[in-house]
Design a protein around this ligand. Structure first.
Ligand code: ADP
Length: 396
């Protein structure tokens, strides 16, 4: 089966054509500058094609993707008919989506209804969906939501302690994000450990970072909230912050709520603390050269993640498996060691030699560690392709 996985942003669109059973990626690429001019970068078999193609809308971008997929030189299929289904990443499923779903009119309407909760991403995701409908009419399509995996959280985890009317009338609650990654990692951890009855704490640490607490395969809590701004400090996001800080800054510097939020999303986090970069490699480099602000940024990030691990161990009543994934989680042995340092009390014992690994699925804890600590490279595209294949097969 061939599934085309689409992640549409407002001016970009990432794609992968993959086999959901083997995980093999036949080709992948990126359309950029949609609505401006248009550029396609396509990768297949170690070859790369770059083309300037006018993309006034997402439809031209999808057309460009389909054309290169059947291109005599860079193509991997003979005809678009060989694409069996399309899977779309959608940011916010609100309270309407507890799982992935086949795209029909009702599904599109529900994604539209979630726009107030995901105002930046849902409209772009919808543009990708509509473009595929226009260019490939009748092709089965599935929406996979970043929030869905977290919908099993109990009210104590998802309710905010604010007036009930905001929850009842406006759906204000914790949703959590990176759900497709947390779901993939959870499934892998369960498969690797050979059992489902596990207390798992997943650390997705990238440019955006979030943790999830999982019991028996179900998400019980997660660190992001109504939006991806909550939780641990991140590349450019502040993470959890006392709202009074915002009131103070807004009043003193005359910032609007949107400007304040923009600062918290784009100018904060380890970028703000280090004054160096949002990229952990740059920050680690600066810290090694004695930059104290960079060191503080690394210390604070590790401290935040450690604090959430402790909180989730308490929430779950223990921890059997701790996982690390995404850019920093997969490739940052120093950060992993720093986070786990001091967690010996809860049975986490890292083996420094095993921890000296990057980008590979492997155990990094000692044989006698009570908690099994895994590095598991995430694969959100594969999860999207698998959900898509499952739903399309079930519908036929
Ligand atoms: P995104 O949230 O954009 O998907 P990624 O999961 O790709 O982010 O993670 C990006 C982060 O991973 C960057 O801060 C980068 O510095 C970090 N990273 C990637 N490779 C390494 C590495 N070898 N060592 C430390 N950090 C790394």
């Amino acid at each position: 089966m061939n599934v085309l996985v689409i992640n549409a942003g407002s001016s970009s669109l990432k794609y992968q054509l993959m086999d959901p059973e083997t995980g093999d990626v036949a080709a992948k690429g990126l359309c950029e500058r949609i609505g401006i001019d248009g550029r396609l970068t396509h990768k297949v078999d170690g070859k790369k094609a770059e083309r300037e193609i006018p993309m006034p809308t997402h439809s031209e971008a999808i057309n460009a993707v389909l054309e290169i997929l059947v291109d005599p030189e860079y193509g991997v299929i003979k005809s678009v008919d060989e694409i069996d289904a399309v899977g779309h990443r959608v940011l916010h499923g609100g309270m309407k989506f507890t799982d992935s779903c086949i795209i029909d009119d009702a599904c599109i309407k529900a994604i539209e209804d979630c726009i107030p909760l995901g105002p930046l991403h849902n409209p772009a995701n919808l543009m990708g969906i509509r473009a595929c409908q226009a260019v490939m009419p009748g092709k089965p399509q599935v929406a996979v939501f970043d929030t869905a995996f977290h919908m099993t959280m109990p009210p104590v985890a998802y309710r905010y302690a604010i007036e009930k009317k905001y929850y009842e009338n406006d759906d204000i609650r914790r949703y959590g994000f990176h759900g497709t990654s947390h779901k993939y990692i959870t499934r892998r951890a369960i498969a690797l450990m050979g059992r489902t009855d596990l207390k798992i704490i997943n650390c997705h640490l990238g440019n955006g970072s979030s943790l999830s607490a999982v019991k028996d395969g179900k998400c019980m809590d997660t660190s992001m909230g109504l939006s991806p701004l909550a939780g641990v400090c991140m590349g450019t996001r502040s993470g959890d912050i006392d709202p009074t800080v915002c009131q103070f800054i807004m009043n003193k510097y005359g910032l609007t709520a949107d400007e304040m939020l923009n600062d918290l999303n784009k100018k904060s986090g380890v970028k703000a603390l280090s004054g160096v970069s949002s990229d952990f490699r740059d920050i680690e480099g600066a810290a090694k050269e004695g930059n104290e602000d960079a060191q503080l940024a690394l210390d604070k990030f590790a401290y935040d993640v450690k604090k959430y691990i402790g909180a989730y161990a308490a929430a779950l009543g223990g921890c059997d498996v701790l996982t690390f994934t995404a850019g920093v989680g997969e490739n940052g042995p120093d950060m992993r060691a720093k986070i786990c340092q001091g967690l010996e009390y809860m049975g986490v014992k890292i083996d420094p030699e095993k921890n000296n690994t990057r980008g590979k699925e492997t155990i990094i804890s000692t044989d006698d560690s009570k908690v099994t600590v895994w590095v598991i490279p995430t694969n959100e595209e594969l999860m999207i392709a698998q959900d898509t294949a499952e739903l399309v097969k079930a519908a036929n």
